[in-house]
Design a protein around this ligand. Sequence first.
Ligand SMILES: NC(=O)c1ccc[n+]([C@@H]2O[C@H](COP(=O)([O-])OP(=O)(O)OC[C@H]3O[C@@H](n4cnc5c(N)ncnc54)[C@H](O)[C@@H]3O)[C@@H](O)[C@H]2O)c1
Length: 331
Amino acid sequence: MILVTGGTGFIGSHTTVTLQQAGHDVLILDNLCNSRPEVVDAIAAITGTRPGFVEGDIRDAALLDRLFAEHPIQAVMHFAGLKAVGESTQIPLAYYDNNIHGSVTLLQAMQKAGVRTFIFSSSATVYGDPQKLPLTEDHPRSATNPYGHTKLVVEDILENLYHSESGWRIARLRYFNPAGAHPSGLIGESPQGVPNNLMPFVAQVATGQRPRLNVFGNDYDTPDGTGVRDYIHVMDLAEGHKAALDYCQSLPQALLTTNLGTGKGYSVLEMIQAYAQTSGQDIPYQITARRPGDIAACWADVTHATQTLGWTARLGLEDMCRDAWRWDQQP
Ligand SMILES: NC(=O)c1ccc[n+]([C@@H]2O[C@H](COP(=O)([O-])OP(=O)(O)OC[C@H]3O[C@@H](n4cnc5c(N)ncnc54)[C@H](O)[C@@H]3O)[C@@H](O)[C@H]2O)c1
């Protein structure tokens, strides 16, 4: 059984589907601060199997002890956390508490229970402002906001833990920009409040919930002046997690650090155009000032993931837009 924290969230729910379809039992732990319990029904509808679900918090040590005692958990995939860069500058303590204290509490419970396989949601944000592209895993790390700092710290904690006792099998997966949705249209990204990422914003404009999109800056050093990112289909990302789990479980101990991206960057304007074409909707936008802290361009070198995990992203921009649009039209 795999414990999936944050399993009703965007990436955790899609990964749960992939894990179940690969034959794993899944137990989800989520406090629903950024997701809805109906996601469990949707996962059951897709896979034909209802994952276990516990509404609770990763900072609740007693609850964790109980879960590890009562279930045959072999590995943990840790998605639970807060992820909004802007918000993290306003409420940094909540970010440090949730993302760092939460991770430490979870790891302590694992250590107590003798469960030592851990797959962690890190982020390309740990590379800070890229000094060279594409980004390889040995690129220097830095953080320009509390959210990014929490990822750096947890990456370091995991490295310390790995060296402190034998038997830990740890994957630090640095995601680029997850987009798209499950092709069924039953699960997808549904942020509460104002979205932080481009694609949910584009979707809200396409579906008439917002009049227009703000494009933050068109004077970057990129082909059309707008920011370039490596968008990866969330189902590819889910497959990447399964590959990382298989890799870890095949070794007596492991500390894997790898990018999960496609190796290709698209600009904001290219994304808007692709989504408009797929959806047949107008996406009005206006160019506004650059957003503080945003970088010009960021995409992954995926050689390490391909060579180590035998995994590579298969889906492209059209798939991301098509699947996102199917989900975005749900009432
Ligand atoms: N989406 C991205 O662009 C992106 C990029 C890089 C890394 N990540 C990381 O991947 C992970 C998953 O991201 P996502 O996009 O699926 O986010 P999400 O908000 O959709 O999912 C996170 C889930 O964790 C739950 N949660 C939060 N704090 C919790 C706590 N203390 N206890 C229990 N549950 C808690 C939320 O309710 C939510 O369901 C996060 O750690 C995020 O930082 C995301």
